[in-house]
Write a protein that binds this ligand. Structure first.
Ligand SMILES: [Zn+2]
Length: 823
């Protein structure tokens, strides 16, 4: 190796136009011969950035398991990425057009769709070295993220290597084509990162969004894999399209699709378009970029976690990793070429996108609710680059209220905006995204969609909302949260929103016990709702530091206020020393993990404890669970899953006796359904409703079978849940809340127990639910509590914390976990 001073090396490389090494030369094997672990991918792309004048390395964060997140910016000779970025941001503000069309290529968001990162290396090399790429880069800048989910991808790559011999076995039955639980698709916290772009619940997304928002590409491709026997999918997408998608966005994805088709047609490669992958739910890597001004597209190679290095397809061909790489490289490069070929139009249309008026009547949205929910919503808006303000005075405007059903059916009326209401005006660059995230019931062009059909942020955060037809003043900002004042008797905290649960979790973790008020009270003339909690010296005498010091540190760290309490006599409720006031200390909590638990459902719980609450949670392998494991627990969580074979008589008896001795069991989704009808538990199963015997009814036609199935389905709709707000499980709520329902496994009301949250009307508040599903869901249980011996079983038939973004359910989870329901 020749060692040179850095400056000399730079001059030499410039003078000689040094070329980066190909993946094969650098890695020591041809792409496709094996899977490349993430650290070697990082080594390779770093070396390309070092050797190529076109390529710039942009580290943007770290995964939960400590792997680097990074992007490569590829630009032409003499083009400074910062200048391009500045021109994009100026055009978004309405000043001119961007200097270049920015294309962003995202790879391997699903970790086990493992061809993508291999294809990313080949694509980067081509962009960095080829003459045709040099021409494209006159008009285009490419941002390439070789791996959005390094933890999941390495989980797949390592598992695959462990299961194969010297030669890959193409037999579909071979061990190497089965992934061990939980599979590599999801990230460390078992989240699907391709559902997370709009919500940013995961560290990978939260670190990526600022970089994305700094670039705002005009074209975005998300590279995936689908089943082994589906050859390839590219744009144009399937219906339904969200109405926010513009004619130009439809046009360009069609053109790019035609260009990809020409490449595949040349040598007889199969593909499909306009099927399966729709553009509706805003959490995806195709829709979310689309709502941010890009042409957002998904490309799906046949393969995924089953395909390994080689697998025999149903038709008898052998699909190899090398085949899969070639397809993703070709479509990626063709997308860049097609964009470059009409870069002038792309730049003009991109600038126009940010000048278009909002679609339909709303000019702004105003939401109202507890500070502890509004501030969390504001944090999400900050992450998404959506601007907002607080109203500073009372104003009257024309608008439509959300609450109480399908708002589109309600006529506009005079509504009032009050001081402190959070207002999001659509007069801003992010207007399309803001509108998609706020409008109460997105118009669905076709009921056959891939995913959730409603998600409006006021439901997510449990806030009252209006869609306003006129602009209103909203120049206020959130006030700084004061530190808790000194107090000899104690402090009181509110129990109203997700941020309050974080404060309580932090206090409990510090070893501080709190007293929970069972009824609304007044302290110094200020009202506090049920579930408000008091931190007092009694019960907290043996802490390592003065109580006041800890309380102030914790309150400041979580950004929540605590007010001083002067004495133990309480207006409107029992005094602090009353036995009706529950004392809550830190519970020891365990959650079932591994087979037969659903990774996604476990992930919601794990992420809530680790990421949101920073509260210890013991992950217990379900397959080896013994009654001894339960002995040290106060709370056991059964996430969703298929517990049929797991729930043996012995296990049922052990769990039941642990509950009788004072344990609290949280049975969620499939966990609750598994207990339904099980001896010793109060939850029953519901018989399927009688089919109507209408002699005139037409028989179902075969070609309509997908639509027939949809009548029994809820792909994901918002339901209004009637609450018994006097029950401790519903402390902190009013008489209703909303959940995102994705399951149709309705349970009847509890005979022995408390029906805390129920669906009365089977129709959703927003989104689609099939007619049969609606009939089945009418008058069904959603949240219930069975008192059993000295313990409790909490049935949560729908997840209150859907995909980790359904913030309004966090308080209910805290009620269930922290034992506000203990007395
Ligand atoms: Zn995928």
């Amino acid at each position: 190796m020749l060692r040179l001073l850095p400056v000399a090396a730079f001059l030499l490389s410039t003078a000689l136009h040094a070329q980066p090494a190909s993946p094969e030369a650098f890695l020591g094997y041809a792409l496709g011969e094996r899977f490349t672990p993430h650290h070697r991918v990082v080594d390779y792309v770093t070396s390309v950035a070092e050797e190529s004048e076109r390529v710039h390395l942009v580290p943007y964060g770290e995964t939960p398991e400590g792997r680097p997140l990074l992007a490569l910016v590829v630009s032409g000779a003499g083009v400074a990425p910062e200048a391009v970025q500045a021109s994009v941001q100026a055009s978004v503000r309405g000043e001119g057009e961007p200097s270049h069309a920015v294309v962003w290529l995202s790879y391997n968001v699903h970790g086990n769709e493992s061809v993508s990162t291999e294809a990313a290396m080949a694509t980067l090399y081509e962009l960095a070295t080829s003459a045709r790429a040099a021409e494209w880069l006159d008009d285009v800048v490419v941002v390439l993220d070789p791996c959005l989910n390094p933890d999941g991808r390495d989980r797949y790559v390592h598992a695959y290597r462990q299961r194969r011999g010297m030669q890959p076995d193409p037999s579909p039955a071979a061990w190497e084509h089965e992934e061990p639980w939980p599979g590599g698709r999801v990230n460390h916290y078992l989240f699907d990162l391709n559902r997370d772009w709009a919500w940013g619940t995961q560290p990978e997304t939260r670190q990526r969004l600022p970089l994305y928002n700094a670039w705002l590409p005009a074209v975005h491709v998300d590279f995936h894999e689908q089943g082994v026997d589906s050859p390839y999918y590219f744009a144009p997408a399937a219906e339904p399209y969200h109405p926010a998608i513009t004619p130009w966005q439809r046009e360009l994805q069609t053109q790019i699709g035609e260009a990809n088709a020409r490449v595949f047609d040349r040598d007889g490669r199969l593909y499909f378009t306009r099927e399966v992958f729709d553009l509706f739910y805003p959490g995806y890597g195709d829709t979310w970029p689309t709502f941010n001004g890009a042409i957002g597209m998904t490309y799906e190679q046949g393969g995924s976690g089953r395909a390994g290095l080689a697998i025999v397809t149903a038709e008898g061909d052998t699909l190899t990793l090398a085949d899969r790489i070639r397809n993703h490289v070709d479509t990626g490069l063709e997308t860049v070429a097609t964009t470059a070929a009409q870069a002038d139009r792309v730049r003009r249309e991109f600038a126009d996108y940010f000048r278009q008026p909002p679609r339909g009547a709303p000019r702004a949205f105003a939401v109202r609710g507890p500070d502890a929910a509004l501030r969390d919503l504001a944090a999400l808006l900050d992450l998404q680059g959506i601007t907002y303000g607080l109203a500073t005075r009372t104003q009257s405007a024309r608008g439509i209220r959300y609450a109480g059903g399908r708002s589109e059916a309600e006529p506009a009326s005079r509504v009032e905006v009050a001081p402190g209401d959070l207002v999001v005006s659509l007069d801003q660059p992010k207007r399309a995204l803001a509108q998609v995230l706020f409008e109460p019931d997105p118009p669905l062009g076709d009921s056959l969609t891939y995913d959730a059909t409603a998600w409006a942020l006021p439901y997510v955060y449990g806030l009252e909302a209006v869609a306003l037809e006129t602009a209103v003043e909203a120049s206020g900002e959130f006030a700084a949260v004061p530190s808790p004042p000194p107090s000899a008797y104690g402090w009181i905290g509110r129990w109203e929103g997700p941020a309050d649960a974080r404060l309580l979790a932090a206090l409990l973790r510090e070893g501080i016990g709190v007293r929970v008020l069972p009824s609304p009270v007044e302290i110094d003339g200020v009202p506090y709702g049920r579930g408000s909690f008091v931190v007092a010296p009694a019960g907290n005498r043996d802490l390592g530091a003065p109580l006041e010091t800890i309380v102030q540190r914790v309150a400041e760290a979580t950004g929540r206020p605590l007010a001083a309490v002067a004495g133990g006599q309480i207006t409107g409720g029992p005094d602090l020393g009353s036995n009706r006031v529950g004392f809550v200390a830190a519970p020891r909590v365990g959650v079932l993990t591994g087979e037969p638990v659903s990774p996604g459902s476990l992930g919601e719980v794990w992420s809530l404890f680790d990421q949101r609450w920073n509260y210890p949670l013991t992950l217990l392998p379900a397959e080896t669970l013994t009654s001894g494991d339960l002995r040290d627990l106060d709370v056991l969580i059964m996430p969703g899953g298929r517990y049929g074979g797991w729930l043996t008589e012995d296990r049922t008896a052990a769990i039941r006796s642990w509950v009788r001795d004072g344990g609290r069991l949280l049975a969620m989704e499939g966990g609750a359904s598994a207990l339904a009808g099980t001896e010793g538990f109060a939850l029953a199963t519901r018989e399927a409703p009688e089919e109507s015997a209408d002699a005139e009814a037409p028989l179902p036609r075969y070609e309509d079978r997908a639509r027939e199935r949809a009548t029994g389905d809820v792909p994901g709709a918002v339901y209004r849940i009637a609450l018994d707000d006097s029950h401790p499980l519903a402390y902190g709520y009013s008489e209703w809340t909303y959940v995102l329902k994705q399951r149709v496994q309705p349970a009847p009301f509890l005979d022995r127990g408390w029906n805390v949250g129920v669906v009365r009307d089977g129709a959703p508040t927003a989104g689609f639910a099939g007619a049969e599903a609606q009939a089945a869901l009418a008058n069904s249980l959603v949240f219930g509590v069975e008192d059993l011996g000295r313990g409790h079983v909490v049935y949560l038939l729908d997840s209150p914390i859907f995909r980790g973004f359904w913030a309004s359910g966090e308080l209910l989870m805290a009620n269930a976990v922290f034992g506000l329901g203990a007395r």
